[in-house]
Design a binder for this molecule. Structure first.
Ligand code: S3P
Length: 189
């Protein structure tokens, strides 16, 4: 049986798709807690993501990332911004706990490269030459995973506030018990 209201929202999508920008806006409207998976990985390891990749390597990063998510997905009333690679594992989205709404924030590889150029060195998988080719290839590989989400929102032409509003619209349509009137009025502020 479907839960009458969702208990958590997971934002998935490629690097630079806006998960960490949209997440806090959405959480604020819902009066839920925002959690950033990457930030928790960094906190747990006491290192930045580029440092983790350069030291212990990507496979260690992926193990910690999975652990952090398993812990977070037991919590209620959270909006979680996942790291861009977390959802791209077989069965990961199919096995999300009940009460989880998964939203894919879509963005093109070209836009990703434009957006992430403002934070050089922050994304180990895109640093160095041929970033656009690598972004295109990775995005293509990951799209079948991301597309298992409950909702997709193309973020390219939308402001973060509008992306958040789209997600809220989806929630109130699908879960009338979410008090549509209250959410719409909060969202209009
Ligand atoms: C990654 C995305 C990053 C971060 C790490 C790996 C990926 O998170 O987890 O650099 O594999 O796509 P963002 O999506 O928040 O940039």
């Amino acid at each position: 049986m479907k839960t009458p209201t969702p208990e958590r929202i997971v934002l998935v999508g490629f690097m630079g798709s806006g998960k960490s920008t949209v997440g806090p806006l959405l959480a604020q409207t819902l009066r839920w807690r925002f959690v950033d998976q990457d930030a928790l990985v960094e906190e747990q390891e006491g290192l930045s993501i580029p440092e983790i990749f350069a030291g212990a390597g990507e496979s260690h990063f992926r193990a910690v990332e999975a652990q952090v998510a398993d812990r977070l997905l037991r919590e209620k009333h959270i909006v979680m911004a996942s790291g861009g690679g977390w959802a791209a594992v077989p069965d990961r989205l199919a096995r999300l706990p009940e009460g989880t709404v998964c939203v894919w924030l879509r963005v093109s590889a070209e836009e990703v490269v434009r957006r992430t150029a403002a934070e050089p060195g922050s994304r180990p998988l895109l640093s160095g030459p041929h970033a656009l080719e690598r972004a295109r290839r990775l995005l293509e590989e990951r799209t079948p995973f991301y597309s298992q989400s409950d909702l997709e929102v193309d973020t390219e032409a939308l402001r973060p506030e509008d992306v958040s509003a789209r997600i809220l619209g989806f929630l109130v349509d699908r879960y009338p018990a979410m008090d549509a009137k209250r959410l719409r009025s909060l969202n209009a502020q």
